[in-house]
Design a protein around this ligand. Structure first.
Ligand SMILES: O=C(O)CCC(=O)C(=O)O
Ligand SMILES: [Fe+2]
Length: 339
């Protein structure tokens, strides 16, 4: 391997493991401990196996993805092992007595190559690995339980009593596809803020940098935990940070403009995200992991028909932070759990 080949690999947003690497990884992870008994050990086993088995060019792609402000906001890893993947857990929680925990160790291992996997009280009950499965009753919600509606472009945000939902939220998401939907309709999309800006005037960009917007509280909070439904955030901007590397914030459950004239601007923002020349879409297949930067861009998912059976769509998800020090005031009983 020389630097030249590393560089070429980096220009791709999809990286494919060879079958030899896949088998080696699967072999190392067959005996991974249950994450439901010892999540830390399962994560370490996944991390160690990934560093052992992946070639340097792929490790380099993952590292650059997580650390370089100018790297793309998403990366697909293809041909990962899924072990003896069981039936889709249609109630959204995994069968905990499985023999084989390859799936979770891959998700947590990839997460720990990007930063630190963590859990949030308001999101799937503090768990480190989430099972994203369409849920009866959630079909039409703007959440990962939905299916029959377009899940609008958004960042994953986390409820906070301070009413700012994008400060201690994840920097990255790992979305590992175990099973696509039967009709292969679901497409996950990513629109980079830098790309979005190219379609706005200077004056519009300036308005998006002003703290004149409010984000809806995340769906899981509004639906299950709050008696009053949506709680709006305090006034904040949609764009922040250096224009060369802008950060974007859009709540999945809605964004409200404080100035009437800005409502049209929000609509324009969504319509820019929805342009095929702006977003990149991937219909995740079994064994593909999508790594998402949750600050550089916004993601979405198209609508699809759930089958509500053991072959339904199933993603494993992990939330990753690079800096835990800045959220230490939110720490619960361990440095991987926050409220
Ligand atoms: O289902 C997908 O492809 C994406 C879901 C999503 O936005 C999420 O889990 O944060
Ligand atoms: Fe999301």
């Amino acid at each position: 391997m020389n630097l030249h080949t590393i560089k070429e690999e980096l220009s791709n947003d999809i990286v494919t493991l060879t079958d030899i690497t896949k088998r080696k990884l699967e072999g190392e992870l067959k005996s991974a401990v249950s994450p439901y008994k010892d999540a830390e050990m399962n994560m370490l086993q996944g991390t160690k196996a990934l560093y052992n088995c992946l070639p340097l060019d792929i490790i380099s792609s993952i590292k650059r993805f997580s650390n370089d402000p100018s790297a793309p906001g998403y990366l697909v890893l293809d041909n990962l092992p899924i072990g003896a993947a069981p039936a889709t857990p249609i109630n959204g929680s995994a069968e905990k007595n499985r023999q084989d925990h390859v799936l979770e160790s891959i998700v947590l291992g990839l997460g720990s190559m990007l930063g630190q996997p963590i859990g949030y009280k308001w999101e799937k009950d503090n768990q480190l690995v989430h099972h994203v499965v369409p849920q009866p009753g959630g079909e039409y919600t703007q959440s990962n339980q939905g299916s029959k509606v377009f899940l609008n472009f958004h960042n994953d945000m986390v409820y906070a009593d301070e009413l700012v939902y994008n400060q201690f939220n994840p920097d990255f998401l790992v979305l590992f596809c175990i099973r696509p939907d039967a009709r292969h309709q679901a497409e996950t999309r990513y629109a980079n803020a830098k790309e979005i800006l190219k379609h706005l005037s200077e004056e519009e960009v300036k308005r998006l940098y002003e703290p004149k917007f409010r984000m809806a509280s995340p769906s899981n909070y509004s639906r299950f935990l709050s008696e009053k439904g949506i709680k709006w955030s305090i006034s904040q901007s949609i764009l922040s940070g250096d224009m060369k590397f802008p950060e974007i914030a859009l709540g999945a459950n809605g964004v409200k403009a404080e100035r009437e004239e800005d409502q049209a601007l929000i609509n324009k923002l969504y319509s820019i995200c929805n342009q095929p020349s702006v977003y990149r879409g991937v219909k995740l297949k079994s064994g593909q992991a999508l790594l998402v930067n949750n600050r550089k861009g916004v993601h979405a998912r198209t609508q699809f028909e759930p089958s509500c059976d053991e072959n339904d769509r199933w993603l494993l998800r992990a939330n990753i932070r690079q800096n835990l020090w800045s959220i230490r005031h939110k720490m619960e009983d361990s440095f991987r759990r926050y409220c």
